[in-house]
Design a protein around this ligand. Structure first.
Ligand code: PRT
Ligand code: ZN
Length: 224
C-alpha cells in the first residue's frame, strides 16, 4: 500500500507565509506555489501543503485533519482556550518554536493616561481580537473588565470611543505610537511554532516528521 501523504497546514498569505515556505524549502521539500490552490503537492517527498488562513490552522490540528501546522503561538493559545471553553478537542504537540513571527500581545492605553498596574483597568472596556488570552491574564490578577471584540482596526478603538484600552499584537510599536497609545502590559510573547496533531501516526509518517524536524533544527541552528 502507498504511504499516505503527510499534510502540513501553512498560512496562505500573510506575515508567516514567506518564511514558512522558505523554511520548508531549506529543509529540502520541493514544491511550486502556483495560482490559488488550496493543496500543493511536494515533488520529492510524500508531503501535501494545505494553504489556509492562519485562524484555521489550530483547529485543523486539534481536530486531527492535518498532521503538522505552522502557526503563531498567539493564535494557537487563543483558539486552544476558546475550544476548551466550548468542550471541543484542544490537544496538540509543539514540536519546536521557530525563528520568525516574533511579536508580543500587549495591552495599550492613551499615551497621556496615568498607569500604575493592571488594577487601573478595573471596569474598563478592552478592544481585542484575543478575548480568551486577555480574560486569562485579567482573571489571574483579579481584574474585572469588559471586551469589545474586533477582528481588525483594534488600534483605533479608543479614539473611536469604542473602548478604553486595546490588547493587540505589537512588533516595532509604530502602530501604537501612530495611534497615540502606549504599551502598559505584555500578556504574551509569541513566535511561530511547528505543531503536530495528537492522532495515531503510521511509523512511516512519524519517521518523515522526525526527519523534517532534524533538518529544521539544522537550518535554524545554522542561522543562529
Ligand atoms: O489572512 P490571515 O487570517 O491568514 O492572516 P492575518 O491577517 O490574521 O495574520 P497576519 O498575517 O497579519 O499575522 C500572522 C501572524 O504573524 C500573527 O498571528 C502573529 O503570530 C505574527 N505577527 C508578528 C504579527 C505581527 N508580528 C504584527 N506586528 N501579526 C500582526 N501584527 C500587526 C498587529 O496586529 C498590528 O496591527 O502589526 C501591527 C503592529 O505592528 P508594529 O510593528 O507597528 O508594532
Ligand atoms: Zn488570521
Amino acid at each position: 500500500m502507498q504511504t499516505p501523504r503527510l499534510r502540513i497546514a501553512i498560512q496562505k498569505k500573510g506575515r508567516l507565509s514567506k518564511e514558512c515556505q522558505n523554511l520548508l524549502k531549506q529543509c529540502g521539500v520541493k514544491f511550486n506555489m502556483v495560482g490559488e490552490r488550496l493543496v500543493v503537492h511536494a515533488e520529492n517527498m510524500p508531503i501535501d501543503l494545505l494553504l489556509v488562513r492562519d485562524d484555521d490552522i489550530p483547529g485543523l490540528i486539534m481536530d486531527g485533519v492535518v498532521d503538522l501546522g505552522v502557526i503563531g503561538e498567539n493564535e494557537l493559545e487563543e483558539v486552544g482556550l476558546e475550544r476548551i471553553a466550548r468542550n471541543e478537542p484542544a490537544d496538540y504537540k509543539k514540536l519546536r518554536r521557530l525563528d520568525f513571527g516574533g511579536c508580543r500581545l500587549s495591552i495599550a492605553i492613551d499615551k497621556d493616561a496615568k498607569y500604575n498596574g493592571p488594577q487601573d483597568l478595573q471596569g474598563k472596556r478592552i478592544a481585542t481580537t484575543y478575548p480568551q488570552l486577555v480574560k486569562r491574564y485579567m482573571d489571574e490578577r483579579g481584574v474585572k473588565f469588559s471586551t469589545c471584540m474586533l477582528n481588525g482596526s483594534v488600534e483605533v478603538a479608543p479614539r473611536a470611543g469604542l473602548a478604553d484600552a486595546i490588547c493587540d499584537l505589537v512588533s516595532t510599536g509604530a502602530t501604537l505610537e501612530a495611534n497615540g497609545l502606549k504599551e502598559v502590559e505584555v500578556i504574551l510573547r509569541s513566535k511561530a511554532a511547528l505543531i503536530q496533531a495528537k492522532i495515531p501516526m503510521s511509523a512511516e509518517k512519524q519517521a518523515l516528521i522526525d526527519r523534517l524536524l532534524t533538518r529544521m533544527q539544522g537550518v535554524i541552528q545554522a542561522k543562529e
